[in-house]
Ligand binder design. Structure first.
Ligand code: NAP
Length: 243
């Protein structure tokens, strides 16, 4: 199986399948310097678009692909849908978005930046690659940006480098210490970074949430590594019966 990864769910799925005796190769984009590595084989770096991914599936002799990339990694998900069509079965593993959050929901980072510009000191937790819209809209604000990898930010900003998971206690202390007056996040879902939302709610800090991009059409989707593992093993059983 080829597993398009870069998420905790992908690592969990690799663990389940390797434990069940399957052969798993996880693909990482290579964005972070010290990635958390899954069990099984790992390859790192882009494929070179749809054609490159299709060729990699053929060259690697992969007979199923699971796209367990981040909900906002829309390009690789679209590439996987195109590359696997008529070639091998493809499943999308995507954690559900955050429910029950009091937030201003917006459709893009540009919209989020426009809303955040109404505040004095926004706390930007959208990831390094999504900061461009905020740099231009909030360059003069004393904003705080939290990122995993280093990046250039306007002089007025404070850059925090850290990687989740985060605790509620830690997030409560941080939001108070920084004196931020709005939290900006994308709707990543999952538990690892959710405490910031609870901290903001408790401290009365408004939240701006960027909605997810739509998933590629026609690709079956499951929400948990367990369901994805069951799907992969069913595919394997189906092939064995045919042989
Ligand atoms: P993206 O915009 O959807 O993809 C851009 C390009 O990066 C793709 O065209 C592909 O290059 C390469 N790529 C992406 N994921 C890959 C993978 N798993 N293996 C090999 N190549 C990959 O992706 P992104 O938003 O930059 O995210 C990159 C990685 O970080 C993903 O694996 C994702 O799961 C992880 N991640 C993303 C976010 C986020 O907020 N976007 C958050 C946490 C983790 P080629 O066209 O050359 O094949």
């Amino acid at each position: 199986m080829l597993l398009l990864g870069g998420t905790g769910e992908a690592r969990a799925l690799a663990g389940l399948l390797v434990g069940a005796g399957a052969s798993v190769t996880t693909s990482l984009a290579g964005r972070v310097s010290r990635p958390a590595l899954p069990v099984g084989e790992v390859r790192i770096g882009g494929f070179g678009g749809v054609a490159g991914l299709r060729q990699a599936v053929l060259d690697g002799g992969f007979d199923v692909v699971v796209d367990a990339t981040h909900p906002f990694a829309a390009t690789i998900s679209a590439h996987a849908a195109q590359a696997c069509a008529d070639l091998v079965p493809l499943l999308r593993l995507q954690r559900p978005g955050w429910e029950g959050v009091r937030a201003t929901r917006v459709g893009s980072h540009a919209e989020a930046a426009a809303v955040a510009a109404r505040y004095r000191r926004p706390f930007l937790t959208v990831g390094r690659q999504s900061l461009d819209d905020f740099r231009s809209a909030l360059g003069a604000h004393p904003a705080v940006a939290r990122v995993v990898e280093p990046t250039e930010v306007p002089e007025a900003w404070t850059l925090l480098r850290s990687r989740g998971p985060y605790t509620l206690e830690g997030e409560l202390a941080l939001v108070q210490e920084l004196g931020v007056d709005v939290l900006v996040s994308k709707d990543s879902g999952g538990d690892l970074t959710r405490p910031k939302l609870e901290a903001a709610a408790r401290l009365g800090v408004p939240v701006v949430l960027v909605d997810r991009p739509p998933p590629p059409a026609g690709v079956s989707t499951v929400a948990t590594p367990e369901l994805a593992a069951a799907w992969v093993l069913e595919q394997q059983d189906g092939r064995e019966v045919q042989q």
